[in-house]
Design a binder for this molecule. Structure first.
Ligand code: UD1
Length: 390
């Protein structure tokens, strides 16, 4: 019998990345497509939503992502302009390469923009990390998630609650597949290569002695518009962080959005450089090292809630909701919002050794991308409505 080859698909699998949190999700997926037998031929599109060396290129290197086959170079703009520009530039790429399906990950503007273009051309859309819901429609990501999931053809989920969310929104359960967490595939594959915290600080001319004799520290990241776009809110947040820093040295890895808000609102003096190591956006291996050795993490990031759960590091999430409830129910995550009392209580508990230890959720085992490749191959052969097989 002639062995099956992926040449029996009608075109390549077109994989889309746009912003930083997409890169660590797509890297294991591309590897799994290449390792699958038959190979699933892939084309990588980078929309250019994130374009800095720090926010993009370095992550490609760290994660072993191949150079994109297509770069759309959209850059920064308002939500409307950025989404529209991705759509405008993605359409000719789709027409030129005639993929058998488009794979999108996560919840950024590029995810939704490419989804809309593909479905209207009857190209099946595959959404990895589907069904997560914060139920907060003020978050741009929530709009991107809800709309992408409504029109995507195959939906891969990271936790079981996601399928319930999708079912509530009328999504046919037949379209949903619980595959596990590809972000944790990246984490487990790279953990041994993580950079030490001391090296990361030294690379920015910061004396690791700032962390004290015991080397205990907290990691801070903030970038949600709800936390950093308003002057008074940001002042409150930085005030609480100052109180935390008085007890525990902090490594604050600052997103460009946050840096520009701090400059614009003149709040730079609220960050005490003797207690807070301020770093620009870090490479994947630097960030992994910082997280792995941290006493605690204070963040509003979605990805960090998952990574800390996988690493068993207590996480205080400065949001009032999460689209990743399993990190609270089973993992190390606690929602503290911007509530000073809750934050200081959380820090005190963790520092006295009573922080959440948690357990690693089901299928966060480093093999999610392999499961996706195996399922996608079967689905493309048998299930994808609009896919013609030659
Ligand atoms: C985006 C995602 C968010 C994700 C985050 C991770 C959306 C709606 N939001 O938010 O879900 O958690 O990425 O970072 O898609 N900038 C640079 N260099 C870059 C990219 C951006 O300096 O390479 C600056 C620009 O000033 C830009 C601002 O950051 O205006 C915001 O970038 P943008 O992609 O619009 O949103 P993020 O806040 O990064």
């Amino acid at each position: 019998m002639k062995p099956e080859t992926a040449a029996t698909l009608s075109g390549p699998v077109m994989c889309v990345v746009g912003a930083r949190p997409n890169f660590m999700k797509m890297a294991p997926i591309l590897r799994a497509f290449a390792a699958h037998r038959p190979v699933l031929p892939a084309l990588l599109v980078h929309t250019g939503q994130h374009y800095d060396q720090d926010m993009s290129d370095r992550l490609f290197d760290d994660l072993g992502l191949p150079r994109p086959d297509i770069n759309l170079d959209v850059g920064s703009a308002s939500h409307a302009v950025q989404t529209a520009e991705v759509m405008r530039r993605f359409e000719p790429a789709l027409d030129a390469h005639r993929p058998c399906c488009v794979v999108v990950v996560g919840d950024v503007n590029s995810t939704l923009a490419c989804t809309l273009v593909a479905v209207k051309k009857n190209v099946p859309v595959v959404h990895v990390e589907a069904g997560l819901r914060s139920y907060d429609r003020k978050m741009p990501e929530e709009i991107n998630r809800v709309l992408t999931d409504q029109v995507a053809d195959r939906l891969y989920t990271t936790e079981r609650s996601a399928a319930d969310n999708l079912q509530r929104e009328g999504v046919d359960v037949e379209r949903v597949c619980f595959s596990g967490n590809v972000m944790i595939d990246s984490l487990l594959a790279n953990r041994v290569h993580a950079r030490s915290t001391a090296d990361t600080l030294r690379a920015h001319r910061i004396d690791p002695g700032l962390l004290g004799q015991q080397g205990r520290y907290g990691v801070v990241t903030l970038h949600r518009p709800s936390n950093v776009d308003d002057a008074e809110t940001l002042r409150t947040v930085l005030g609480v962080l100052g109180e935390v820093a008085a007890q525990l040295p902090l490594v604050f890895v600052m997103h460009p959005r946050t840096r520009s808000s701090i400059e614009r609102f003149g709040l730079g003096a609220m960050v005490d450089p003797t207690r807070v190591a301020l770093l620009p956006p870090q490479g994947y291996l630097e960030m992994l090292g910082l997280l792995d050795r941290a006493t605690l993490v204070l963040t509003d990031s979605g990805g960090l809630q998952e990574e800390t759960t996988a690493l068993g590091v207590p996480c205080l999430t400065m949001r009032s909701n999460t689209e990743r409830p399993i990190t609270v129910e089973q993992g190390t995550n606690t929602l503290v919002g911007r509530d000073r009392t809750a934050i200081l209580r959380g820090v005190a508990e963790i520092m006295s050794g009573q922080g959440k230890r948690g357990r690693v959720p089901e299928l966060w085992d480093g093999h999610a991308a392999e499961r996706i490749a195996a399922d996608l191959w079967q689905w493309l052969r048998h299930g994808a409505n609009a896919v013609s097989l030659v």
